[in-house]
Design a protein around this ligand. Structure first.
Ligand code: AMP
Length: 214
């Protein structure tokens, strides 16, 4: 089962992706997480993308294409994968389609997380992420049991560099201009399902995937 979670930053894709990973035993692939790890490890790629990411711009399509191509080759993707935060524009979606074709594979579902931008800004400003396992928390409605400590692995929580108000505004602009057109793109391919980005988004998707709905 190959899934794409699409929607604005802060829509809850990452949280839902993790639950789907557990439920269906297929890995989450998040280019955001992969790139932040490169930055943390101070690799050449990390140095190349750090400035771009801190401004909320998109990293070059070629970089994403290579990450996609290499990542889905790995053994754990045999049963499928959950793309969280990619593709981010039409060009990347076309590259993915090409890669899938070469592999005789296809995307099964694209879920679009619907949420007003005002809610997104509030969510992102209050988001905290575990340094170790990447679990997301929210200081308003999903507080960790102990301040700044991950409930799951005990890792330290931090605020992402790009979760600051000015950068958030630019990320939403980039989203509207470059990522939103993917909604129509996947609609036309009959792959798109709209999901209300609220507390039961995971359950809705799970039910759809288990064939209980639709
Ligand atoms: P995310 O963790 O998905 O919110 O991504 C954080 C940042 O990483 C984005 O604002 C971009 O700078 C970069 N990024 C992540 N995924 C992509 C992608 N598929 N294409 C281009 N840039 C990306």
């Amino acid at each position: 089962m190959r899934l794409i979670l699409l929607g604005p930053p802060g829509g809850g894709k990452g949280t839902v992706a993790k639950k789907l990973e557990e439920e269906f035993n297929i890995p989450v692939i998040s280019t955001g997480v992969i790139l932040r790890e490169e930055i943390e490890r101070k690799t050449r790629l990390g140095k190349k993308v750090q400035n771009i990411m801190s401004k909320g711009e998109l990293v070059p399509d070629e970089v994403i294409k290579e990450i996609m191509r290499e990542r889905i080759k790995l053994e754990d993707c045999k049963g499928g994968y959950i793309f969280d935060g990619l593709p981010r524009n039409i060009k990347q979606a076309e590259s993915l389609e090409k890669i899938n074709k070469e592999r005789n594979e296809h995307i099964d579902y694209v879920f679009y997380f619907e949420i007003p931008f005002a809610a997104v800004i509030e969510r992102l400003i209050n988001r905290r992420v575990c340094k170790k396992c990447n679990t997301n928390y929210n200081l308003l409605f999903n507080h960790p049991q102990k301040d700044n400590i991950c409930d799951i692995c005990g890792g330290e929580l931090y605020q992402r560099d790009d979760d600051k108000k000015e950068t958030i505004k630019n990320r939403l602009k980039v989203f509207t201009e470059q990522t939103l057109p993917l909604k129509k793109y996947y609609q036309e391919k009959n792959l798109l399902t709209m999901i209300d980005a609220n507390w039961n988004a995971f359950l809705k998707i799970k039910n759809i995937l288990k064939g209980l709905q639709k």
